[in-house]
Design a protein around this ligand. Structure first.
Ligand code: NAD
Length: 356
């Protein structure tokens, strides 16, 4: 990376949950990661009054009611898409065609076909692309990847993960997350996509899946929960499970890897810890990143800062956010696994995955 200040004009679509998380991340990067200087040029949404409120609160220079203005704006180098899933493809592709680097929240597209198109368009445009798989940036997860890369686990034989939430019982049924046209899928694309990404990040490519997918709550067009067994290219086998109906589990994202020499286990409910076995019982390693002195922990919101930091560094230096950040290719490959799970639930058979 060069040593001078790197000013990068940013535009954000969406001002709600992810709008807030990403806005904070850009401010934090300015503070914590000189010489990167993201300029918060504009934030967009449909409701002029609410987007103006968000602009003022989150520190953006301009509020815009149509993302088309943003993708044509010459002051902008990075377009950040925090809209609902059905609004990922068109604005992101338009931004890339206009030469903007692109960050898009997960799941990348509504399905693998759309995600593939987004990847190819971004690649053809020659821009830096990143899909928002922020859990890669939990310091304990980065440490897990480091240990896997160093061969500390030996031959990996198992990966198992669950991502469980509980809000699905009570939420109003008209939120976009339950609508097939806006969301694509339910717990699968929302929570499952994160653990499929972690499976690929830590264990390798998924080659086959067998899944059961269920909708329990009346009025939901998409799945509330899934369970799946998965096979990996390296011979490992695993299980993945997500639900929006797991009362008591407000936001549990947990995984375990077992190898011939050791194991690793992580639970988001214990953010700063990685359980490590070198053959014997697990011991807990404290992993708190390097912003502060050791033992001064980070939190969920900080994963977005670390994600955006890598993206801005990559834009400044050139190249790709891979292998530690998720590219649109990763977003596409995750979508291919999720689609195969839906096919498997339908066919009641194991589905082999063919990547395009
Ligand atoms: N990485 C993560 O951990 C994580 C967490 C939550 C959500 N997400 C993803 O982020 C995306 C957004 O989710 P969210 O929770 O922020 O949703 P949200 O409902 O809180 O916010 C969606 C935003 O998009 C805006 N919007 C909707 N339609 C629009 C349109 N036609 N034009 C302009 N703006 C429009 C809404 O006004 C709102 O600001 C989703 O793809 C979701 O899967 C990722």
């Amino acid at each position: 990376m060069s040593s001078g200040p790197e000013t990068i004009g940013v535009a954000m679509l969406g001002y709600a949950f992810m709008g807030k998380a990403h806005s904070r991340a850009f401010h934090d990067v300015r503070l914590l990661s000189p010489p990167l200087l993201p300029e918060l040029v504009s934030i967009s949404g449909r409701n002029r009054e609410r987007v103006e409120e968000a602009r003022a609160r989150y520190g953006w220079a301009e509020a815009v009611s149509d993302w088309r203005e943003q993708v044509r704006d010459e002051r902008i180098q990075l377009f950040d898409n925090g809209g609902p899933n059905n609004l990922h493809a068109e604005p992101t592709i338009e931004a890339a065609r206009n030469g903007k680097h692109v960050l898009c929240e997960k799941p990348l597209g509504l399905d693998a076909e759309e995600a593939h198109r987004m990847w190819r368009e971004a690649e053809d445009a020659g821009v830096v692309h990143m899909c928002g798989f922020n859990y890669r940036f939990v310091p304990a997860v980065s440490r897990a990847r480091e240990l896997v890369e160093a061969g500390a686990l030996g031959e990996i034989v198992h990966f198992r993960a669950r991502y469980l939430q509980s809000w699905g019982w009570e939420a109003p049924t008209d939120v976009w997350r339950f609508d097939r046209a806006q969301a694509g899928s339910g717990a699968l694309g929302d929570l499952g996509a994160h653990i499929v990404d972690l499976a690929r990040f830590l264990c390798g490519e998924v080659t086959a899946v067998s899944a059961t997918v269920r909708t329990y709550v009346e009025g939901h067009e998409v799945d509330d929960a899934f369970v799946a067994t998965v096979e990996f290219d390296n011979g490992a086998i695993g299980t993945l499970e997500s639900s929006r109906l797991a009362l008591g589990r407000v936001n549990q994202n947990t995984f375990e890897l077992n190898g011939s020499r050791g194991s690793l286990a992580f639970d988001l409910e214990r953010f700063d810890e990685l359980a490590v076995s070198d053959g014997g019982p697990y011991r807990s390693e404290q992993v708190t990143g390097d912003w502060w002195p050791p033992g001064h922990g980070l939190g969920w919101g900080d994963t977005f800062t670390l994600e955006v930091q890598l993206l801005l560094e990559t834009i400044a230096a050139g190249g790709s956010v891979a292998p530690y950040g998720a590219t649109f290719e990763d977003g596409y490959r995750v979508a291919e696994v999720c689609d195969a799970m839906l096919r498997s639930a339908e066919s009641e058979r194991k589905e082999e995955i063919e990547y395009r």
